[in-house]
Design a protein around this ligand. Structure first.
Ligand code: GLC
Length: 420
């Protein structure tokens, strides 16, 4: 059974492979996505180490001069996706979006390096990628943390990768819906509209895109000009973990300056993360940087915080919070106890394997092996039941969204490798 699953996962990674990059799934997402690619590389390294490095190298080949790494690279035109390159209007040699995504590259790089069979090749590839990833981290703290508090803000829900999370409902209400150009969505042609974000949310997503485009995508101006600035614990945890991992990697290949710089970011971020802790919810919460208040929404971003080196007692509470969800399959992207929970709507309830993987990894490191093992077992059971879907109903296990999904397949290879 395990062998069959492994073969099926590898097949999906190959079907979606476009040579130098992998699409998340054909139809719904026909380009290269940032954090999808970094996590996909972890799956690829189980059967083709060289190809795994290429996946990340291609992504960083489209890094902006300011250091930002965009969330989508539009390698080839495809009318099946909206908003496409013309809407973004970023004026890049190969068109890209103008916002970023969770910075998981540092973590992925370290993992690839540690596992590499071909150490000489891995060292050469790490040496070339290291300054690029470090420039991205530097860009984050310079442009998304202008007051130097140690935590960065996202300026668009798509940056968090949790597009329609309940976390954004309140701060998003501040984003206007009027004045945007007429548009036709494409996502609802590929997936059930009742499982996708609403029209009102889409209007606001586009308002922000048009607003940033009117600033000529000057990333040094976007933070202060944005009506949406949210400090997401999950997003920060991924960045902090990547800074810590990049620091270790830099030290391993003898770049002490980059190691020191990234160690500083990680230490400062970890200390500041404590300001997001909620004892009442037993997890971290987002902060709305415009109002300065914590957002009363216990979504999975505050659980994903366990991916970085939070204090062990916090990790233990988070493990208990996951148990407290009482869902058949862990980890729901929003708890069923909350009235806003929606078992089938994208990031408002469903389980996502990439998030499961990072939570399980963090909890295992923090000594919460039992919960980590349950998350891993639940994840594999979902695949046995419903195949390699985009996301799953946490109650019934129903497979939802796109099928033959790349990063889901990559995470299966990871869970299987840890299992054996
Ligand atoms: C959706 C997800 C995002 C992901 C993208 C491609 O927009 O919310 O996290 O990167 O699809 O899979």
């Amino acid at each position: 059974m395990t062998d069959a699953l492994r073969t099926a996962a590898i097949d999906i990674l190959k079907i979606n492979d476009r040579g130098q990059y992998t699409v998340p799934t054909k139809g719904l997402y026909p380009f290269q996505w940032n954090w999808d690619s970094c996590l996909t590389a972890l799956g690829q390294c189980h059967f083709d180490e060289a190809r795994a490095w290429t996946e990340i190298e291609t992504l960083f080949g489209h890094q902006w001069p300011c250091g930002m790494v965009p969330h989508i690279i539009f390698h080839q035109m495809d009318d099946g996706y909206f908003p496409g390159p013309l809407v973004w209007g970023t004026n890049r040699p190969v068109p890209t979006s103008g916002i970023t995504q969770p910075a998981v590259a540092g973590f992925a790089l370290k993992r690839l390096f540690d596992r590499a069979q071909d150490q000489a090749a891995a060292t050469a590839r790490v040496r070339a990628l290291l300054p690029k990833v470090a420039a991205w981290h530097r860009w984050f703290y310079a442009t998304r943390d202008p007051q130097g508090e140690g935590l960065v803000a996202i300026l668009h829900p798509w940056e968090a990768g949790r597009d329609n999370s309940v976390d954004w409902d309140d701060p998003f209400a501040r984003v206007p819906t009027e004045g945007i150009a007429p548009y036709t969505r494409r996502d609802t042609l590929h997936a059930d509209p009742s499982h996708r974000p609403t029209k009102e949310q889409y209007d606001r997503y586009l308002w922000l895109v048009e607003h940033f485009r009117s600033l000529d995508w000057d990333t040094s101006k976007m933070h202060d000009a944005s009506p949406f600035q949210v400090v997401d614990p999950g997003f920060n945890a991924i960045l902090i973990r990547s800074c810590a991992d990049l620091a270790d990697l830099a030290a391993q290949v003898g770049d002490d300056a980059l190691a020191d710089e990234n160690r500083r970011y990680a230490a400062r971020g970890l200390a500041a993360m404590e300001s997001l802790w909620s004892d009442g919810h037993g997890q971290y919460l987002c902060r709305d940087r415009i109002t300065g208040q914590l957002i009363d929404s216990p979504s999975v971003g505050g659980i994903l915080a366990a991916f970085c080196a939070i204090p062990p007692e916090r990790a233990a509470r988070i493990a208990a919070t996951i148990d407290g969800h009482g869902t058949r399959y862990t980890v729901a992207s929003h708890p069923p106890q909350d009235a806003r929970f929606d078992a089938k709507r994208y990031w408002r309830g469903p389980v996502w394997l990439v998030v499961n993987y990072m939570i399980a990894d963090g909890l295992a490191r923090a000594g919460q092996g039992r919960t980590a093992a349950r998350i891993s077992a639940d994840s594999l059971e979902l695949i046995h039941k419903g195949g390699f879907a985009e996301y799953y109903d946490p109650m019934t296990g129903e497979a939802l969204g796109g099928g033959q999904f790349t990063w889901t397949a990559a995470m299966v290879l990871e869970f299987l490798a840890h299992d054996s």
